[in-house]
Design a protein around this ligand. Sequence first.
Ligand code: ATP
Length: 438
Amino acid sequence: MARLELDSVTKRFGEGDNAVLAVNGVDINIRDGEFLVLVGPSGCGKSTTLRMIAGLESATAGEIRLGDERINEQRPAERNIAMVFQSYALYPHMTVRGNMRFGLEESTDLADEIAERVTETAELLDIDELLDRKPEALSGGQQQRVALGRAIVREPEAFLMDEPLSNLDAKLRSQMRTELQQLQDDLDTTTVYVTHDQTEAMTMGDRIAILNDGILQQVATPLEAYHRPANQFVAGFIGEPPMNFVNCAVEGDTLTDGLFRYRLADETATAVASSTMVTLGIRPEDIVVDASGDALSAAGDHVFPATINVVEPVGNESVVYLSVTDGPDLVATVSGFGRVESGIDVAIRLPENAIHVFDAESGDAVHNRSLDESELVETRVWALTRVLERSETADIPLSISGWQEPVSTISPHDSLSPCRSHARPADLPITEAATTSK
Ligand code: ATP
């Protein structure tokens, strides 16, 4: 195990007019034992970054360090790093046992230990019954476990995983996601995991590093990226349905797109004062929808009349597409029990404590939503109590609000502190968050 550091790492493919700057000056410090997820849209440079760490591509500039050692010049086999690919890359003519042994036989002289390591790892991954089968006689999920096993038996200082679950069906993928997190917790091996799937990024990573166009946008815990995005790109990339954006001009203490006007409290107005054009952001779950219209209209501030265009029931919640009268189109999510239907007029509230404001030119966040510590603590204790009670009686997945610690981190016998490094939003440091604009 070791920390892994990328220092201004850059990769340029080709020369002159045809050159592609795939990775542009990326700085990331991955702590010893940390699970870091590298996420971003297709073509943003995730795989190239991973391949440079593995030694499969050379860095054009910058330094890659494993522990205290610069590894730029080391060949892949010399780096004590194991990579798991999307395609599994198993040898078809070898049995599972052969596939798992192969890397070790090639790179070590631990002949006596190899059999023991393979058996132990196969048991850990629940594939010990399959050791004598060939890959063609395995399901996709089983092949993925073998690929993981082959990496684990090497006992590397770091794992690199390139979209390892993307060939699995949705159910198996979700199951493997949980297993992989548990496995990484148990092995405590520094891991860099590449995905374009933001659900994987949010649920698996101790921290996530978000890339766009080869440029690192933010390195943060999942909740920090969600609640305190460094810029509009991150705000729009993390979250489903995505954050709503409304382009506005700043007129004193008011944001306006013409007819739609949103008045700001003094503190927020001061924060946005240096921008002339901004983007107002609000997450769908933060929009309050009142079908009767009465309760909200009475409440006054930041309340707007709107019409519901489409309702998509998902079960636990409904996704509501609405148009503010003389204002923008927005997407809201409401409880699945809520009585909303298309075509009706409603009142909506866009609470000021939930809004984000981004400078239109740079994309940088000039104001992020506020987080109420006392509310947070109360709901957290409530949720944890429920989790502990239920976990002692049944091994069932639970879903709680994003304001609380992830349930998967809590053992029924633990105290109320989490064992992974996810932090509550109010605890989140913003020092490592911001890097560059889009
Ligand atoms: P995806 O999620 O689609 O796999 P990615 O984020 O992993 O995408 P990369 O594969 O790292 O993206 O590619 C980053 C950029 O570098 C892309 O524009 C890609 O076309 C370019 N690129 C990658 N490999 C090469 C190469 N060998 N020669 C030229 N350009 C390349």
